[in-house]
Ligand binder design. Structure first.
Ligand code: NAP
Length: 516
């Protein structure tokens, strides 16, 4: 029995299950030879119980110790070298330069979280020294489950943003690997476990479960010892996990990032002045990574005469090449999604040259009334599909914006005069999306302190969080306050002398001074 295909329950390899699966090689259009065992219910239970045990120790680690752990994970990932990139490329069909960038992003976000917890102010310490004396800070939730995403095998997967945020907060992680890249997941897990051993973290701070059916995920969502779930993937998957977790005897939060159509509004002035260039930029964003981004701009809305813009889109689409998608299931969902749009009345505008087993970019068009009558036209079709909605004027564009459901992003293109005249559109869109952009494109999500990657339902389950950027840490914490505690029993962050020199809201004033 080879170790690669097994569950990693803390430092123990386990292969109890008899069900196996293999990964698809999109570029070669064949199944890869390595077999992976699906986790059993017993293995899932063992991983969560070990995580719960580890939490008792891990929650007491200092921020400095966890920062060392996070940086060691980054170093271990880098030490895996080309093997990690080549394995990820074989399992996803993504090109090596893209994966090189993704590894850099993955390591950077681990190091970014290390810096945040080391600085320490993230705990949001609040102190009111009245009667009573009340002192609040964020504490970790407990063991959490992270579901790796298919489309980012490194940055949104085993050692990705969710895992980094949870480990930074002080939560052990049980990761459900995405079955599209099990070997990549195994390698990333070895890097985390190696780092955990080197930095003396408790066994069970991280475990990896493999599986290609929903049973493992459902068992995790039901497990009484689990305290939260982070998920990136389909609406159906996210909603199913949300429902399971909400109907448990003790419900837990599910932070599901389920994607959206990310509307792009092109105002009349810029459409006339710069339509051709915009068409080229739109196609570039729409087809990047074969459209397999949750921020893909799947719907574009024009106001006014869009004839020359559409002609430029048609010319541009003719020059595009088809690309391989991550899995046969995702390709077939793309084809079904296009068919569904046609059924709802969308008309062909342009189609890139096709090739067997690959996805070609497709542009469809519809007018405002059709889209208003068929809200299903605005459901995500994961892949390089764009729906161009023509409206006669900005008032119609506003009407379209008003009836949008929750989105990860919304983008406005306009000249300075367009933007000044249409501030109301921004007002409407800020109620609809987690990130608003002006004169840009939503693909490419910067990892920093201010980023929001989330949005109102159905883009994500709770709109209050972000799954990218350092704000992601708060999904894995909760506030607790200590009332009338003697100084010696308080957590260090809340003691008068402020030994970590962190920013605190003391009697309503932000300060990092000690309290006298
Ligand atoms: P998915 O089907 O949602 O699967 C993601 C993960 O969730 C997998 O580990 C899957 O386990 C698990 N899962 C799915 N349904 C579940 C359920 N009912 N209960 C428990 N666990 C469940 O996503 P995918 O495989 O990546 O791609 C399918 C579709 O997802 C795409 O066509 C696209 O629409 C969407 N997608 C969206 C994003 C985004 O960023 N928003 C990213 C990627 C994909 P198993 O596979 O083992 O069953």
């Amino acid at each position: 029995m080879q170790d690669i295909g097994l569950q990693m329950i803390g430092n123990r390899m386990s292969g109890e299950g008899s069900k196996t699966f293999r990964a698809w090689a999109p570029a070669q259009q064949e199944w890869l030879p390595q077999e992976f065992r699906e986790a059993t219910g017993g293995e899932t239970d063992a991983a969560v119980l070990l995580a719960a045990k580890a939490f008792n120790v891990y929650k007491k680690t200092t921020a400095a110790e966890r920062a060392v752990f996070l940086r060691a994970i980054a170093a271990s990932l880098e030490a895996l070298g080309d093997v990690l990139l080549q394995t990820a490329s074989a399992e996803t069909g993504l090109p090596l330069p893209r994966l090189q960038g993704e590894r850099e992003r993955t390591c950077n976000q681990l190091r970014l979280f290390a810096g945040v917890i080391e600085e320490g102010s993230w705990v949001n310490a609040r102190i009111d020294r009245g009667t009573p004396d009340v002192r609040q800070m964020q504490i970790p939730l407990g063991p959490v489950a992270v579901f790796g995403a298919s489309n980012f095998p490194l940055a949104f997967s085993v050692a990705g943003g969710d895992t980094a945020a949870a480990l930074a907060a002080g939560c052990p992680v049980v990761c459900k690997a995405h079955p599209a890249h099990p070997h990549t997941s195994h390698l990333a897990a070895t890097a985390i476990l190696k780092a955990a051993q080197e930095t003396h973290m408790p066994e069970g701070v991280f475990s990896l479960l493999q599986g290609a059916t929903i049973e493992t995920g459902q068992a995790l969502a039901r497990h009484p010892q689990l305290r939260a779930i982070a998920f990136t993937g389909s609406f159906a998957g996210g909603k199913a996990l949300f429902e399971t977790a909400s109907s448990r005897p003790v419900p837990i939060p599910v932070y599901a990032e389920m994607g959206s159509v990310n509307p792009v509004f092109v105002l009349p002035g810029v459409l006339q002045e710069n339509g051709e260039a915009l068409a080229a930029q739109y196609l570039q964003s729409l087809t990047q990574g074969v459209g397999q981004f949750c921020t893909n701009p799947g719907v574009l809305i024009t106001a006014g005469n869009a004839d020359s813009f559409k002609a430029a889109l048609q010319r541009g689409t003719d020059t595009l090449s088809p690309g391989c998608m991550l899995t046969p299931g995702i390709l077939s969902a793309y084809q079904k999604g296009l068919l569904h749009l046609h059924t709802l009345g969308a008309r062909a505008l342009a189609k890139a040259p096709e090739a067997p087993g690959k996805a070609a970019a497709v542009l469809l068009q519809a007018d405002l009334q059709q889209v208003m009558d068929n809200p299903g036209m605005l459901h995500e079709v994961f892949g390089p599909a764009g729906l161009i909605v023509s409206t006669g004027n900005v008032e119609e564009m506003y009407a379209f914006a008003e009836q949008l459901e929750g989105q990860l992003t919304a983008t406005i293109h306009g000249t300075p005069a367009d933007l000044e005249a249409n501030a109301d559109l921004i007002d409407i869109l800020r109620e609809k999306a987690g990130r608003l952009l002006v004169n840009g494109f939503p693909t490419g999500v910067a990892v920093n302190h201010a980023m929001v990657h989330g949005g109102p339902w159905p883009a994500t389950t709770p709109a209050a969080g972000t799954s990218v950027g350092t704000g992601a840490i708060y999904r894995f914490t909760r506030p607790v306050c200590f009332q009338d505690f003697p100084e010696g029993l308080l957590p260090e962050q809340l003691r008068n002398e402020n030994p970590h020199n962190i920013w605190r809201l003391a009697n309503g004033q932000w300060t990092h001074d000690a309290l006298t």
